[in-house]
Design a protein around this ligand. Structure first.
Ligand code: SF4
Length: 248
């Protein structure tokens, strides 16, 4: 992200969260522009289920494309009954930061992409405020098909689908995972503690640092909680060595 764009993203996010008065990091205004973010490799692309056009393409084992190929036109759990698209995941295949939600919503089900609705737009703002681009992180869900009426995924559905998430984590090898929302945090951590108490504290999942925080969809309904998410994201930024606003 360019320097001016970084400054704008921070100011936009602060305004959106009601965090006026936080300085734009001096480093952002003065340091040289960072190198272009790495381009996602071809195996990051969600190719969709095998079709007559792509079924002959051989994906390397241990790649995101290979995992997608293994999922295929998955019928391993009942969430397949009413889905429109499998929402595999998207982003940089070697991202340092991975966001994980519980499952696709209506917009995601229709488009086959994670976090593309109103909550996705807020997630984009959160990412940009961290001086990152969506193309530099990886975004996935615990289950890859939409639960009816956006209910929580049931234990048998998590059991069927979570192994694919674990495979994605093994390929991407993020330094930090951010669990978005109560369901994602409680499910990944096998901990029924309220998200208001889980958030902001480092935990571990698959041997990797995990930060639970509120889901962007929750923030759309509870704007006053946004300040806590900004707090959690700054913890993540510290862990990743990203530049923080001066006043934090
Ligand atoms: S939620 Fe996961 S396991 Fe269930 S049908 Fe969809 S891809 Fe398969």
């Amino acid at each position: 992200m360019g320097l001016v764009a970084q400054a704008r993203a921070l100011l936009s996010f602060q305004g959106d969260l009601g965090l006026h008065g936080v300085d734009v990091p001096f480093e952002i205004l003065t340091r040289r522009a960072p190198a272009e973010p790495p381009r996602p490799a071809t195996d990051v692309v969600d190719m969709g289920p095998p079709t007559a056009g792509n079924e002959a393409m051989v994906q390397p084992r241990g790649s995101l494309g290979g995992i997608r190929e293994e999922i295929g036109d998955c019928r391993r759990c009942k969430l397949s009954d009413r889905r429109t698209n499998i929402v595999f995941g998207a982003g940089y295949h070697k991202a340092r930061l991975m966001f994980v939600g519980e499952g696709p919503g209506q917009d995601e089900d229709l488009q086959g992409e994670p976090f593309v609705g109103a909550a996705g737009k807020l997630l984009d703002k959160m990412i940009r405020a961290m001086t990152l681009e969506r193309s530099e992180v990886y975004i996935a869900n615990i289950v890859k098909c939409r639960p009816p009426r956006n209910r929580d995924p049931e234990p048998d559905e998590v059991a069927a689908c979570e192994p694919f998430l674990k495979q994605q984590i093994a390929v991407v090898q993020p330094e930090v995972i951010v669990a978005l929302g109560r369901c994602a945090a409680q499910t990944l951590l096998r901990d029924q503690t309220a998200i208001s108490r889980l958030r902001g504290k480092w935990r571990e999942y698959e041997g990797r640092a995990l930060m639970p925080t509120f889901h962007p969809a929750y923030l759309l309904r509870n704007a006053s909680e946004k300040k806590w998410v900004w707090h959690d994201l700054q913890e993540v930024m510290r862990r990743l060595g990203l530049n923080l606003p001066k006043s934090t």
